[in-house]
Design a protein around this ligand. Structure first.
Ligand code: GDP
Length: 309
């Protein structure tokens, strides 16, 4: 997986210091260079890499380090902190938002309560597939999920959701005749609230590109369904251009979490990671295949711990 490649390179850069008793400026520079090269090779945006490097250098201040402090440990801690911040959507260890529905990577719906989760993202990102995976994941945890198809733009969207939902035995709602997505979303959410579903998942339309009509539609759906969580679904193979897209979505609706899809592919992933930082929201899950079970919960701290060994 792409993120593992990046982690291995960073871990090996850190390990290279073990051969030395004392870490001097030269060694530190070489190690930081390896780390930044690994990030850049994975397609992480240059300004983010520059900022991470600056933050690390500030923490690992060899000149002013108190005697007895272990420079390697300080460096490891600083790298850990920066990587965690990056994957938590902050991009800056001090910048991760905690307002609104934004969390530190530990969001979870509350059993038996009203949980309405709206999925947003461009067409082809994997929203519809991921909605069913997400429902299936929580059904196995004892929730009573349901799916609402508010995508009236893409022909066949309702059929796709219906087919997936039927296979996964998840109740679904949609319409072949109603063309207003907000009307469908409101009716679907109401129906499943009455049926005491404690995880109502609303799939929205994506279009091919960000356009005002799409953003207006999302605002309307959000205002009638009052989601308790909005998840931005992003294709991990998308390159640096993903950042603008993510920024546009996040400034329209209150994105509280991100799901990165297609991490089973050959994408470098760094473009998507950079885009996550635009949302200031953490990665909650990653998609690792087309199958319904191929969705993995993502917990940043333990992921980075494992990554760095
Ligand atoms: P939507 O337009 O955003 O609703 O996207 P879809 O759910 O229709 O997905 C677009 C394509 O991506 C489909 O062929 C899915 O099977 C595929 N897809 C979605 N998630 C993943 C994933 O994690 N890995 C792989 N390999 N394919 C995925």
């Amino acid at each position: 997986m792409v993120l593992n490649d990046l982690g291995n390179k960073i871990a090996s850069a850190l390990r290279s210091l073990n051969a030395h008793v004392v870490v001097d400026e030269e060694l530190l520079d070489a190690c930081l260079k390896d780390i930044t090269n690994a990030l850049l090779a994975s397609d992480v945006a240059v300004p983010l890499v520059v900022r991470m490097k600056k933050n690390i250098v500030r923490e690992v201040d060899l000149d002013n380090m108190a005697s007895g402090m272990n420079a390697k440990k300080v460096l490891e801690r600083a790298v850990f902190k920066e990587l965690t911040a990056l994957l938590n959507g902050g991009g800056d260890a001090s910048g991760t938002k905690t307002s609104g529905t934004k969390t530190s990577g530990t969001w979870t719906p509350k059993k038996g309560k009203r949980n309405v989760v709206m999925f947003v993202g461009l067409q082809g990102a994997g929203k519809t597939t991921t909605c069913t995976k997400f429902a299936h994941y929580y059904a196995k945890k004892g929730f009573k999920p349901s799916l609402v198809c508010a995508d009236t733009f893409r022909a066949g969207a309702f059929d796709q959701l219906k087919q997936n939902a039927t296979k996964a035995k998840i109740p679904f709602y949609g319409s072949y005749t109603e063309s207003d997505p907000a009307t469908i979303a409101a009716a679907g959410v109401k129906r499943f609230e009455e049926e005491k579903s404690d995880l109502i998942i609303v799939d929205t339309s994506g279009r091919h590109k960000q356009e005002e009509a799409l953003f207006e539609e999302m605002r309307e759906i959000a205002s009638v369904t009052e989601p308790t969580m909005t998840i931005f679904v992003m294709d991990s193979s998308i390159g640096q251009s993903a950042s603008d897209q993510a920024k546009a979505f996040a400034s329209t609706v209150d994105v509280g979490g991100v799901i990165m899809t297609k991490l089973d592919g050959h994408a470098k992933g760094g473009g998507a990671i950079s885009a996550v930082s635009e949302t200031k929201a953490p990665i909650l899950f990653i998609g690792t295949g087309e199958h319904i079970g191929e969705l993995e919960a993502f917990e940043t701290t333990s992921f980075v711990s494992k990554l760095l060994g």
